[in-house]
Design a binder for this molecule. Structure first.
Ligand code: BES
Ligand code: MN
Ligand code: ZN
Length: 493
């Protein structure tokens, strides 16, 4: 639980009190905090640099058991991500040492460009995002989450900013939810099971929930989804989630790739590449979790989440390279490669979302191509859209949440690379160069006429190593971003 308190930090009973120090400036008014930081700065271990941290045990003049001072670097260069990181690291330490109670003294409003609200929110986010550990499958659950985190703020700020705590906590719990889903192994999240878990949760939050099973997908001719699922023992599903406030006219559709395991199909993946393919439903997880958050935040927009779920496997029923399928849109596709399955299921989901809901804006999010990871590395997602305004909305939101995005081109003449001699289009481009772009161009064929953007999260969705506010594995990338984008579209559409 996270809450705001106004108690004097020196008098607080806590397992750990966290305070922050800049290298070159004082960020508190409280004389004891100021003095303690000044004394500590004289030690060679701590100078207030970014990433510095020091723990004092039973510090004189404080009632806390431990006092941690974290360095923020130069005040002039202080930003939201530095605060998120510093707070996240402190909470991570508390988890390591199994402390149940942490207090964090929020710095006073600094003179810099960062306002108090942004400062507070980023610290709340850092704490909330770090306070999580995927241990569902461990018999020995060592690192439990911190039970109570209190933020010390000035009297005036406490009542004024309570709502910020609720919002930050709502959105960050969405990220944690998505992480858990993505970390869950594929044997425990077949399309059917995942859909059941998500729809149950969504019904509770008041979202309209519809689940189309194999029969219904057949009846409505979702040719691509059925084709990709054909090799799997488990049935595909299409999950549709709807936040539909009364008297609202505009609609945003969110579409997320949900391949619960991507073996590659008959174009089987190699050893290294197949390893993290349980995470190939990270787009689906991001959309589902964002929808749950939005059901609580209640933006003045209709928001529809469309989530195609399949397992890409091998069997006598599996699609073969060279097969030709008829998609939901009516377009025929030559299967040049069974490992280019994400674009297939997204194509059907995008056509369906547009036909059924006529959205003003459609955004899809997917672990779509290894090529995007080669181009941008593991930290950045690629944003593909012909719509400059939509690109700007996404990039600005990404800057706020620090789920970093980089705009990529949709080079029109590359479209020729997807030509097929025998069908309307090939799912495999003629050569491997620019494969993140040709994948996006494939999707654009199914989004024609609608304002559309595609976010490729193959890099940032899953990280083997942990970071300041994320454990090893799934990152939950995209949940906060989608929430921010939708809230911003609610103001401008
Ligand atoms: N799920 C993969 C993309 C991926 C790669 C995600 C690495 C996360 C990490 C996707 O379905 C895929 O296999 N893409 C192919 C496309 C190719 C066959 C055109 C790829 O990127 O190699
Ligand atoms: Mn694949
Ligand atoms: Zn895939």
């Amino acid at each position: 639980m996270i809450k705001l308190v106004t108690t004097d930090p020196t008098r607080i009973k806590s397992n750990l009190l966290v305070i922050a120090a800049c290298k070159d400036a004082n960020v508190y008014e409280h004389p004891r905090l100021v003095a303690t930081i000044q004394q500590t700065r004289r030690l060679s271990e701590f100078s207030g640099n970014r990433g510095d941290e020091i723990v004092l045990y039973n510090p004189p003049g404080f009632t806390t058991d431990r006092l941690m001072i974290v360095g923020l670097g130069d005040l002039e260069r202080l930003n939201a991500e530095i605060l998120r990181t510093a707070t996240g690291k402190a909470v991570g330490r508390a988890m390591e040492h199994e402390l149940s109670n942490v207090t964090i003294a929020v710095p006073g409003p600094p003179d810099g460009s960062l306002g108090f609200e942004d400062l507070l929110v980023s610290m709340l986010e850092g704490a909330c995002l770090a306070n999580h550990h995927f241990d569902r499958y461990k018999n020995d659950k060592k690192t439990a989450a911190v039970k109570q985190i209190a933020f010390v703020v000035p009297e005036k700020a406490a009542s004024k900013h309570r709502r910020l705590v609720t919002v930050a906590q709502t959105i960050c719990s969405g990220t944690l939810l998505a992480r858990d889903w993505v970390n869950t192994p594929a044997n425990d999240k077949t399309p059917q099971r995942f859909a059941a878990v998500v729809s149950k949760l969504c019904e509770k939050t008041g979202l309209k929930t519809r689940l189309l099973g194999k029969k219904e997908l057949r009846r409505q001719k979702f040719g691509s989804i059925l084709a990709v699922a054909a090799g799997s023992e488990t049935d595909p599903a299409l999950l549709v989630l709807e936040h539909a406030p009364a008297r609202v006219k505009k609609t945003v559709a969110l579409v997320g790739k949900g391949v619960t395991f991507d073996s590659g199909g008959l174009n089987l993946k190699t050893n290294v590449r197949i390893n993290q393919m349980k995470a190939d439903m990270a787009g689906a997880a991001a959309v589902a979790a964002a929808m749950i958050c939005l059901s609580r935040l209640k933006p003045d927009l209709r928001v529809v989440g469309v989530i195609p779920l399949v397992e890409n496997m091998i069997s006598g029923q599996a699609i073969r390279p060279g097969d030709i399928i008829r998609t939901y849109s009516g377009k025929t596709v030559e299967i040049g490669n069974t490992d280019a399955e994400g674009r297939l299921i997204l194509g059907d989901a995008i056509s369906f979302a547009i036909k059924k809901y006529r959205p003003e804006v459609l955004i899809d999010i997917a672990t779509l191509t290894g090529a995007c990871v080669i181009a941008l590395g593991e930290e950045l997602a690629g944003v593909f859209t012909a719509d400059d305004e939509l690109a700007e909305t996404i990039l600005q939101s990404a800057q706020r949440t620090h789920e970093r995005c980089w705009r990529m081109p949709l080079t029109e003449d590359y479209r020729d690379l997807l030509k097929s001699d025998v069908a309307d289009i090939n799912n495999m481009p003629r050569h491997r160069y620019g494969a993140a772009i040709t994948a996006a161009l494939y999707l654009s064929e199914f989004a024609a006429g609608t304002r559309w953007a595609h976010i490729d999260i193959a890099g940032p969705a899953f990280h083997k190593k942990s970071s300041a506010y994320c454990g090893p594995g799934a990152t939950g990338f995209g949940v906060r971003l989608l929430c921010e984008v939708v809230r911003s579209l609610a103001k401008t559409l």
